[in-house]
Ligand binder design. Structure first.
Ligand code: DLL
Length: 433
């Protein structure tokens, strides 16, 4: 499928590395001179900008963590003059203060290019109509997708999230070919179609650009089937830019990280040592062209691995695997590390269950207990009690055999869990630490 900036997207790896080296040196100089926190961090680590001669020196640089951004809230990490800042976003996260992201006009320009690359990658072009159902506002999803669609020359349709009835009628009337939203909202929209008497064949959709939360291959299959489209994974985070840091191509085997603008490393989240390609660890990103708020070795907390091999799509930029979970939302259940996405994968192997679930974690008599509430299909809901009990037992076994932990599965009637129009909240941990 199409390229937006072919020469860059297929640039030989040695050339990418050279570009990264030059841009890293510039960025380090820039932040040392303009961001007090970086000057302090680098002085403490005993490293001067002159010590960074290329990408091979990146490990000499200190990490940046979310806490640093919060401590310097709101604008302590801004590296440009306020007169040059043209946009400010913020991410609420799950706890505490907002994390702010500030952009210059040049930053917004690059972001638009990168999202345009992502859209072209999944077959969009200037004839496309892009239905944007990510939230518009401080969240980066809506405006990120919007500017990308416009940059490509496609028609951006700024629907934002919510009001599912209107989403469906607009999808049908406008015959949009691309939809951008969270995967959980895509499933919700798909399930609501029948309620409005709309069949997927009446929509013009061909592809979806889904991200902002972890999702599984099983969920992909369901979305693709229910909407009759190809479902692609997009990744990003506000601190680094927003959506479009990386995107899946037609091979659907990992997301290309746009390495002409970001340097990706994987580290062991405990020892902080760099890990090799292929090893699962925490993704660390350095921005190398940002002016508003460049970040050096930002610990994303997202766990994945990097795939360096050449991709069948022709793009040379390194790929990251699906995000397995976050090093900070990993549940430790009786000593076993468990990610909500692993529970999702195991349960969606059971065809009688729907992809709407919630995990409750509790501690009783010093023992960690997990209850997974999951919705049944209409058919199972109407079936005999014994049939339901058999499915419950089977799903408990699925989780046990794939994760090595025992859980209690509670089957719920269809539509009993709250639906999410943005990021889904999947876990409630009631344990007292
Ligand atoms: O979620 C930006 C975004 C919008 C990405 C739309 C993709 C689509 P934040 O609100 O700052 O920004 O949240 C960033 O969301 O560190 C990941 O933990 C998670 N995340 C984002 N995309 C994916 C994905 C946006 N494709 C945090 N798979 C990140 C898994 C994702 N997790």
């Amino acid at each position: 499928m199409g390229y937006f900036q072919k020469d860059i997207e297929t640039m030989p790896r040695e050339q990418i590395r050279q570009l990264q080296s030059e841009r890293l040196v510039q960025t380090v100089k820039r932040v040392y001179d303009s961001v007090e926190c970086y000057r302090k961090k680098m002085d403490e680590a005993g490293v001067k900008p002159e010590d960074i001669k290329g990408i091979e020196d990146i490990t000499k640089l200190p990490f940046t963590v979310k806490h640093d951004l919060r401590e310097n809230y709101p604008f302590g990490f801004v590296s440009a003059d306020m007169s040059e800042i043209t946009r400010i976003h913020a991410s609420s996260g799950t706890t505490g203060k907002l994390t702010v992201a500030a952009y210059t006009k040049h930053d917004i320009d690059i972001w638009s290019d990168l999202f345009a690359r992502c859209l072209a990658m999944v077959g969009a072009d200037k004839n496309s109509k892009v239905h944007v159902a990510y939230g518009y506002g401080l969240f980066t999803g809506g405006l990120g997708a919007h500017y990308g669609a416009e940059r490509l020359g496609a028609a951006a349709i700024p629907v934002s999230s919510g009001n599912t009835a209107r989403q469906i009628s607009l999808l049908k009337d406008f015959q949009s070919d691309i939809i951008c939203c969270t995967p959980s909202y895509a499933i919700y929209i798909a399930d609501e179609l029948s309620k409005f008497g709309v069949d997927k064949s009446e929509l013009g959709l061909k592809a979806g650009v889904f991200g902002a939360e972890p999702w599984s291959e099983e969920m992909r299959k369901q979305i693709e089937e229910k909407l009759g489209i190809k479902a692609y994974d997009i990744y990003g985070l506000s601190e680094i830019m927003g959506p479009g840091v990386s995107m899946e191509c037609e091979a659907q085997n990992g997301k290309h990280i746009w390495e002409d603008h970001f340097i990706a490393e994987i580290i062991d989240p405990n020892t902080l040592e760099p890990l090799d390609y292929g090893q699962v660890g925490e993704l660390v990103l350095t921005t190398i062209t940002k002016e508003g708020m460049p970040l050096i070795r930002y610990r994303t907390r997202d766990l994945c691995s990097l795939i360096p091999e050449k991709c069948s799509c022709g793009r040379t930029h390194v790929r990251m695997t699906r995000v397995l979970g976050r090093s900070d939302d990993m549940l430790i259940i009786r000593g076993v590390n468990v990610f909500p996405s692993q529970i999702e994968s195991a349960l969606l192997n059971v065809p009688e269950l729907l992809p709407f679930y919630h995990i409750n974690v509790d501690r009783r008599n010093m023992m960690d207990m997990i209850e997974v509430q999951i919705e049944m299909t209409e058919e199972l809901f109407k079936a005999e009690n014994e049939v339901r009990l058999a499915v419950k037992a089977l799903s408990e076994k699925e989780i046990n055999s794939s994760l090595g932990i025992s859980v209690i599965v509670t089957l719920l009637a269809p539509n009993s869990l709250p639906r999410s129009e943005g990021k889904a909240k999947r876990v409630t941990d009631n344990r007292k630490y």
